[in-house]
Design a protein around this ligand. Structure first.
Ligand SMILES: Cc1ncc(COP(=O)(O)O)c(C=O)c1O
Length: 393
């Protein structure tokens, strides 16, 4: 089956977080929203059908995880990532961010330091701070448009007593798909300092040609023993509204503690549709995903060419994975208010404003390219026109 990612689907008036809040958030309704990370593509047909069939049951009572559900997850991880896991290691969560927050509560104490690598997905800060823990920032090093980990600082921070590391792999918004050598260095350091690694692998399926995602916990038993891996089909198959994620923990003690807290919070049951989404997407989604990746690569190339030809003052951090493109607009302005006004008031586009990802994000924007190409081109055109008009006035 050939999927049509060029098809523009009207998402307005559907209670869409991205499409139905423009007036409220940006002051005008006609914004092209290329910000929050969901895609403007319909999910795979098999997933839509499975959810329709589930809806047709007409009774939406409490549900259980079937063998097919577990097989779908273990099959996907083995097929797509070469990661062989045992069914018992699988737990769940209403989302990856809720899982991060639960990890913080389960495995750290108020006041403990938790390391993140900025610029990074902004809820990482929230779950640390709102749980009364301290953010220990290990900023990524940006050189020639390429992010790497500051291992010297990481070593210092681990030695100074940080209790947990949030590893975003692949990295949002830096776009890096960490190489095995990099992951091994991180893992060795965390083993040496006996620190837990919460690995957010939500973007693991969205890896562009020439790169390979390695599940951190698959690298060694010692890493797996202190790794808590969060995955979800939500980014891969555009299912974020169904709030279904999985947590893989091979260390039995850690898993029991996590599961006990899930139960304490009474969020250990799976959602009726979330379960179906996980099972059907991991069972039938390969072909769709294999077509999605080249389409995203086409969009990335379109953006790169457009920037080079029309907006050379903007530097693009070329992603290796995710559908999020981090652009350096410091040659236009490092003032986030100026960039916001340029996007929202003048251009009528909404990319994500960079300072929310950390202070190195000032002067940066993040563009979500998971949309029909014509929409991306329209948004870039609006952005360029606003920049040109502002420069002249
Ligand atoms: C790195 C990362 N983690 C987690 C999430 C969100 O996860 P969830 O919606 O399952 O809480 C996102 C969404 O953009 C993300 O980019």
């Amino acid at each position: 089956m050939k999927y049509d990612f060029d098809k523009r689907v009207d998402r307005t008036n559907k209670a869409s977080y991205k499409w139905d809040q423009s007036e409220k958030l940006f002051g005008r309704a006609d914004i092209l929203p290329l910000w929050v990370a969901d895609m403007d593509f319909e999910s795979p047909q098999e997933v839509v059908e499975a959810i329709k069939q589930r809806a047709a049951q007409g009774i939406y009572g409490y549900t259980i995880r079937s063998q097919a559900y577990y097989d779908a997850i273990t099959g996907w991880l083995s097929r797509r990532h070469g990661w062989s896991i045992q069914q018992e290691w699988i737990s769940s969560s209403p989302g990856v961010v809720p899982a991060l927050s639960i990890m913080v509560q389960a495995f750290t104490e108020p006041g403990d330091g938790i390391i993140l690598q900025s610029p990074v997905y902004y809820p990482f800060y929230d779950v640390i701070k709102m749980n009364g823990r301290k953010v220990v920032d290990n900023p990524l090093i940006l050189e020639d448009g390429y992010y790497t980990i500051d291992f010297d600082l990481l070593t210092e921070q681990l030695s100074a007593g940080a209790k947990m590391l949030f590893l975003c792999s692949p990295h949002n918004p830096g776009g890096r798909v960490w190489k095995q050598e990099e992951l091994k260095r991180v893992g060795d350091l965390c083993v040496a300092h006996d620190v837990l690694v919460v690995v957010d692998e939500i973007h693991h399926d969205l890896v562009l040609s020439g790169h390979k995602h390695t599940p951190f916990a698959s690298l060694s038993e010692a890493f797996a023993d202190r790794a808590i891996t969060c995955i979800a089909p939500s980014k891969t198959f555009n299912l974020a509204g169904l709030q279904a994620a999985n947590v893989i923990i091979s260390n039995e003690q850690l898993r029991q503690k996590y599961n006990a807290l899930l139960k304490t919070l009474s969020i250990h049951m799976e959602s009726f549709f979330g379960l179906t989404a996980i099972e059907s997407s991991y069972t039938y989604g390969d072909e769709w995903l294999d077509q999605l990746i080249p389409y995203l690569e086409g969009n990335l190339n379109t953006l790169l060419t457009y920037m080079q030809e029309h907006l050379p003052q903007i530097k693009v951090i070329k992603p290796e994975g995710t559908y999020l493109v981090w652009i350096d607009c410091t040659n236009i302005s490092s003032d986030h208010q100026v960039l916001k006004s340029l996007m929202f008031d003048k251009a009528g586009v909404a990319f994500s404003e960079g300072s929310v990802f950390g202070k190195q994000g000032r002067g940066y924007l993040r563009i979500n390219i998971a949309c029909p190409r014509s929409l991306l081109v329209e948004a870039l055109g609006r952005f360029k026109l606003a920049i040109d008009t502002t420069a002249k006035s």
